[in-house]
Design a protein around this ligand. Structure first.
Ligand code: ZN
Length: 195
């Protein structure tokens, strides 16, 4: 009998986290990367934001895709560092204000954000980087585009943060087969409905 989840709204996040953890622990996929253990990552907002559009990287660099996640914020809302680091860029790119923070092996980017920081500033996780600028057309409403890179490779920022209260479930491949068949294909589609 499958374990019960607290509510349907958490089910996708919980199953996604479970799937990721289970795959890692079962040795499926690439070797466990060091950054997956990066401590202290958090959403660049106060509290858990609504994710308007998920990570949907293109198959090839030259193809369109979504190299980050879009979070629902309101104009003027504080945007915060997702982890400890050093500001390595703060200024306009193609007419849009962008902030980049280096965290050693990883970098995080935030846009469109009016900077409250300058290049070289040390920031801690949760420190205010700036304030969200109004609608730019990226989301159809005001939003924060949050990206994470390792070298030139974009990562899913949601893979680095706690998506909510932990739900204790058994880990490993048997769990995947214990779930009803229906939710699993839904999990395999990127959030936001992108193919
Ligand atoms: Zn975006």
């Amino acid at each position: 009998m499958p374990p019960r989840l607290p509510n349907p709204g958490r089910q996708g996040a919980a199953l996604g986290a479970l799937l990721a953890v289970s795959l890692v622990l079962s040795g499926v996929g690439s070797p466990h990367p060091a950054w997956a253990d990066a401590p202290g990552w958090r959403f660049p907002t106060a509290g858990l934001p609504q994710v308007l559009r998920g990570f949907a990287p293109p198959r090839y660099d030259w193809l369109p895709g979504h190299r980050g996640v879009d979070l629902a914020l309101v104009a003027g809302q504080a945007v915060r560092a997702a982890a400890d680091g050093t500001v390595t860029f703060a200024g306009p790119v193609a007419g849009q204000e962008v902030i980049t923070v280096s965290h050693g092996e990883l970098r995080s980017t935030y846009e469109p954000v009016e900077p409250a920081v300058a290049v070289g500033d040390k920031v801690g996780a949760g420190d205010v980087l700036g304030w969200l600028e109004p609608l730019t057309g990226h989301c159809g409403r005001t939003c924060l585009h949050w990206g994470v890179l390792r070298g030139e490779t974009y990562l899913d920022p949601l893979s680095l943060v706690d998506l909510g209260p932990p739900i204790l479930l058994p880990l490993g491949p048997p769990v995947l087969t214990a779930w009803p068949v229906q939710p699993v294909p839904w999990l395999l589609r990127p959030a936001g409905g992108q193919p």
